[in-house]
Each structure stands twice: as C-alpha cells, then as structure tokens.
Design a protein around this ligand. Sequence first.
Ligand code: SF4
Length: 710
Amino acid sequence: MNNSPHYRTCNLCEAICGVEIVVEEFQRLTIRGDKDDPFSRGYICPKAVALQDIHYDKDRLKHPVRRTARGWQRIGWDEAFAEVEQNLKRIRSQHGRNSLATYLGNPTVHNYAALLFAPGFIRSLRTRNRFSATSVDQLAHHLASFMMFGHQLLLPVPDVDRTQFFLILGANPAVSNGSMMTAPGMARRLEEIRKRGGKVVLIDPRRNETARLASEHLFIRPGTDVLLLLALLHVVFAEGLTRPAPFTKGVETVAKVVAQFTPEKVAPITRIGADQIRRLAREFAAAESAVCYGRIGLSTQEFGGVCQWLINVLNIVTGNLDRPGGAMFALPAFDPLSAPESVAPRGSFARWHSRVRKLPEFGGELPVAALAEEILTEGPGQIKALVTLAGNPALSTPNGRVLDRALASLEFMVSIDFYINETTRHAHIILPPTNTLERGHYDLALHLLAVRNTTKYSQPLFKPGDDTRHDWEILAELQSRMSTNGAAGSLVRGVRNKFIKQFFGPERILDLGLRFGPHHLTLRKLKQAPHGIDLGPLTPCLPKRLRTADKSIDLAPEILVKDVERVRVRLLDDAAADSNGHLLLIGRRQLRSNNSWLHNSERMVKGKERCTMLMHPDDAADRDLMSGQNVLVRSRVGEIVLPVEVTEEMMRGVVSIPHGWGHDRSGNRLEVAQQHAGASINDLTDNQAIDALCGTAAFNGTPVTVIAHT
Ligand code: SF4
C-alpha cells in the first residue's frame, strides 16, 4: 500500500476541484481538498468523497455483459466487440445508415480521452441520428456563441472574482459551483463580491441557497425571464446607457427590437415590478463592472436560445464584455478553438432536421426530445439500434417513460457504461470502461469555462484491472470495426489499433494540443506539477479571438431577432401565457447529487429523504397539504408520488422537484439507489415542450396539478 498522497482533479462536476487522496487499508481512501491547487485552493464539496464509492462499488461492471433470458451473462471483449459490430452492420445494411443512433451522456465532458475518441467512432456510423445531453442542458449557450462570436465554444464566463455587480438568473451557483462557469468554492467567491462593496442579485422562482449569499433576491414566474431581459435592455437603450465595443454590429436592430418591451408591459407577467426592473437596469449599467449570467432555469425553457442571446447583449451593450469584472473568455492551455474542425467544430445549425418533428440539428446533433419518436415511429430512417456512452436518458430527458418504452423496442442497443441503470438495462451488450481513478485526467472542456486560467493533468491512481478497457480504447476498437470489412479489414484494424496505442493515444494528442496551445506547455511539464499550474486571471482578447468572418460581434443574428416575435405572441399577447390554474414545475440542484449517477453511494443518499417537492404555504393550504405528506403530481404526460415540503422559499404558484431520481425501475442493478429510489421529475416533463428555435427541452414551467395521495 502506498500512503503518499495522490493529487488529482475531481471530475464529478464542472468545478474541477483539486483533491488529495491517500490510500488507506480496507478499500478506504482519505479524500481532502488540495490546498495547493491554484484554482480551488482546498475547496471541495461533499461529493468528492464519493469518488471512492464509485471506484469500489460492487455494482460497477468490469467486464462486458450480454443480456439473456436468464439474466446478464459475462462475455469476453472479443466476443462482445464482434457481436456489436455484426449487429450494427446488419441493421445499417438492412435499414440504412440513419437506423443507427448515438447518445452521449454528460460524464463524457469530464473524460478527455472519450471526448477525443467519440467523434471518430460516431463518424464511422455515418448516421445523422446523433443525440447527447447538450439539448437538455447548455445548447442555448452554444447557439448564442456560434451566432454572435462565430464559434460554439467561444463562451463568455462571468469574471466573478473581479466583478462589482453580479446579476444571476435561473441558477444556483452556491450549489452547482458554477455551471457553464467553472468556479470551485463559489460561496466564498460570492461572499467576496459583497465584501469588496459589490452587489449580487439573484432572480429565481425559488429563494435557493445562492439567495442566502446574495444582496437581493427577486422571484420571477418560470419561463418569463426573456421578458425581464428585454425590459432591462429597453431601459438601457431608452435612457442612453449603452457603450458597446467598436467591433459590434447590429446595435440599432437590437434597440428597435427591445423598444416595445417596456417594464410596465412585462411586470404583470414576470411578477417583477416595473420600478424594480428600471432600478436594476440602471444599477447594472452604472456599476464599475457588471456581469449577467443565466443558467439552467433559462437555458431549458421555451425561450432559452433568446435568453442566452439577450444575456450576451446586455453584457455587450453596457460595455461589460471582455473586460475585468464583466463577461470574459478563458484561454486554456489546450485551446479547442485552435484545434482542427474534426476535434472542435465551429458549430452548425439546421443543416438537417429530425425525421418526425423536423427539429433542427445543432453542432451535428438532433434534440434528444425527439429520440423516443424517432425510435417508435415506423418508416424509412426509423432508429433501430442505439449506442449510448455514459448516459442515462431514461431519467435525464423529458418524458422518460416514453423513452423507456422506446428503448425496450430497439432491435439492438449497446451501452458503454459501467452501470446497469435505468437506461442501460435495455442494452443487449454493455461494454464497461475503466473508472476515473484508473485513468489519466485532463479537463479539455472545462478550462474553457473557468473563471481563471489554470491547467492540470492527473495521473491514474490505480492500475486498471486485468482485461479491462478505457473508454477511448473501446471507442477506437468500435470505430475500426465499423470502418473496415472482412479479413483484409481485420488486418488493417490490427495495424491501426497498434499505431493508435503506441503513437497516437490520448496522451499524445493532449501533449500536441498543449505544445501548440497559447501557453506552449507540454504534458511532461504538467506531470511535474501535480497540483496544477496557474496561468493567471482572464485577460481581454477581442476582437482577435472572435471567429466571425469579419472579426466583429453580431449583436443581432437574424434567427434570434426573428424569434422575439414568438416571445411577443406567446407571452405578451397570448392568454396561454397564464398557467390556467396549474402549478408550474421547476427543477432543483442538490449538493449531494449529480444528475442520476451518485445515488448508488450510501454516503450520498443517507439521511433525510431528499427527493421531495417544495411548495409555498399558501398553495399547500389551498390543497390541505402538510409537510411530509405524500402527494400525487400529474402533468400532461405522467404522474408521480413523492413527499411535499412546505416552504416559503418557493414562489407562490411554483413547485420544485430535484432531477436524477426514480431508481425503482425493475432490472437496474443499483442496489443502494433502488433503496432510495425517489421519483423522476422527467416522468412529468413533456418531450413535446421545447424551445421551438433549437429543440432544447423546455423543462422549466411544466404545468402540473397536485393533490394529496391517498
Ligand atoms: S464541487 Fe464537488 S463534485 Fe464538483 S469538482 Fe468540486 S469536489 Fe468535485
């Protein structure tokens, strides 16, 4: 046993905290925050200790398995690969290339080698039916960046450590530690804003954990943030408070667009007073530095695309883009923006559409809200086979029950995953990769979203078990098999696999990326700095870093400007904007939970029941409900039963349920999670409710009814 500390990055969420791990006896690890990590400075959240629970989890698969009538049967890698190849090729030749589909789950972003090797494998399938968690999460951010700055990965990040005015909409960074804004120890960073005389304003239908650290909190009716943003901009333009950068075009168009959205018009719909909107706009524009940030409550609603665009517009026209304390851009050591198009494409929009509902592709992917219908609707191009990588869409995408039924009907499904969960239980073959502690780690994607430039490589802590495979090896093998045929193909495959392993594996690609990156580092240098290397605060980089053809910011992309008409019709003119007596359902992030995949850790789920519905006391009184009582929640697509918690932290008329729960499906093999099953919010969310612009699931604001469960 080696007792010397091992340093690495926790890859469970976007915050990339540095951890110190000491291997103890009896399969126990001591996990602490790494005080010498230049970015997280010793901060970790309670989830970090669960790294060991995943590693030692007895439910974690280490060898391929095949589903049979008598249960799961262990098989060898060669047999598993051959069966996958044979089935995928058979289905492709019988039903065409679009009969194959892929789904990439969120953990892929936290795994640099999988990120590097997944695109090649997906290309080898030659299908347009590619899906991922992006369209139930951050797609709107990429869309706005692609259209305004010319690259889907040129994502503005709030410079929280220097800002004097932080306006947060639909987010809970004190719990998330900054999603689409990598910022470990966010609570401290928020406190520091106030300590230096700055202001933090939170606008959210729930007085959440961030509200406790904010200078001010305002409730807003779910789904109406777009009106608030339009009205803020209305005030900024009407009062002459604009000062955009010279390389910005389309300012007059935006001024015209926002002219009709007066604070008085939007106040009764948003439920934020006109005076408060005017005051907020003036304070924001007058602050020494200010930044507006909106996250999941805005990104996953009916007008998510327009919301993320308007957030950028507000930052830009008040002169707060690309300056300290405003919205800035990171410059990572491995810069995806300088990588070849095949590794980090600029982005694309509506090059093709889904077969059934005609939803647009973005970045080569279709919205996952369309996946179930693409499987269940017969006809040419119907999906017959699915490959999932580290995903659990049965719990994490809207109307999970219909997707569940769709997955059960597939002719063939293969999952690259080490759990038999609510999704992978439908797979015919599961190919389990190694665990994070058994492989090297580098945050290819998240340094791009970080509030400070740092870089770090983590060595594997444990040697992988005999006869195991890393994700990238599985993906490379499948890619080879899908790209070659017959005996000659098998020869080519052997040579290719050897070449990749010896000369062009993930470490080699990473090293090249670092060498040619803006900080001219090498993987060797990173390996010599186990705590990571500080590369300094974010620095102004525009217009040089813009990827638009004319090196200017497009403040008014036509597609987004046009979508404002949909906002007007739906929210200003249409009586349907009213909730018709329904309560509006929103999600909730929890500190000890990470989507659906930490619930098999006893220490993460123990204690008080956490899968509960929060409700305002007046709404509870109207229904004769008391805290702790079980309630039946019903939406257009389904119903669930769970306990209610009555609390003034909710806005009247709005209820909140956390996501990632609902482990009571038969056939999954997650013993601890099944004992703490909870109910899935996505049995209530509607796969027909989307942002019509880009197809992102509109989770927030699902109309529901609630009654006592007897
Ligand atoms: S916030 Fe928690 S889960 Fe996220 S990286 Fe840090 S320690 Fe890990």
